[in-house]
Design a binder for this molecule. Sequence first.
Ligand SMILES: Cc1cc2nc3c(=O)[nH]c(=O)nc-3n(C[C@H](O)[C@H](O)[C@H](O)COP(=O)(O)O)c2cc1C
Length: 216
Amino acid sequence: MKTIEPQQLLEQLNWRYATKQFDAGRKIPADQWAAIEEALVLSPSSLGLQAWAFVVVQDPAVREELKAASYGQSQITDASHLVVFTARTDVTPSDVDQYMDRIAKVRGVSPDSLAGFRGMIEGSVLQARDTAGRAAWTSRQVYIPLGVLLTSAALMGLDACPMEGFDPAAYDRILGLAEKGLTAVAVATVGYRSTEDGYAALPKVRYAKQDVVLHV
Ligand SMILES: Cc1cc2nc3c(=O)[nH]c(=O)nc-3n(C[C@H](O)[C@H](O)[C@H](O)COP(=O)(O)O)c2cc1C
């Protein structure tokens, strides 16, 4: 197994920053972008349920509309790639069926052998939470792939900006998400920093490790 050294990891995490200004002329090569999409798919989720979809928006006209719904933030149109992290607005018994079918197919087991697991999902997701509780739960899940993307991009030398500064209802309308049972939660813009972006040189503002990493 090929691993990276701790120092290399920290160098890349110190190198990354929430990019404010992208170089609009530079595009991420297809093989690197394909790896980012694969990294999103590989993200872990609670119970493995994957109650999400990642919407990659490359249409410039749609990106202009999204920018207007994002307080005019230039990253939305200037970054090479844009991903909208969406969560399922609800989890239904048919979603659980679909997940069970997928496990049965991938692992070559009978759906009946998954009855115990299905019961656990039904109890903890469908019965123990109401619709609003489930929506809050699925929304939280998408921050994991967002984090995976940020770290993966940094390790590949790609710049990114995580973004919550947008109007989710407008995104849902522009991207037709409601009819797909999805809602926009967060955005990541990915590409290459502009040499004009002064934020790149600012020291990171973080609390001291001993104040946030507690050892018991
Ligand atoms: C969930 C989330 C939402 C954010 N939303 C925005 C945003 O809308 N626009 C922006 O420029 N930066 C946004 N940021 C970037 C943060 O301000 C930035 O990550 C933080 O100040 C730490 O700085 P650094 O990432 O450069 O180290 C967001 C970050 C996170 C994690």
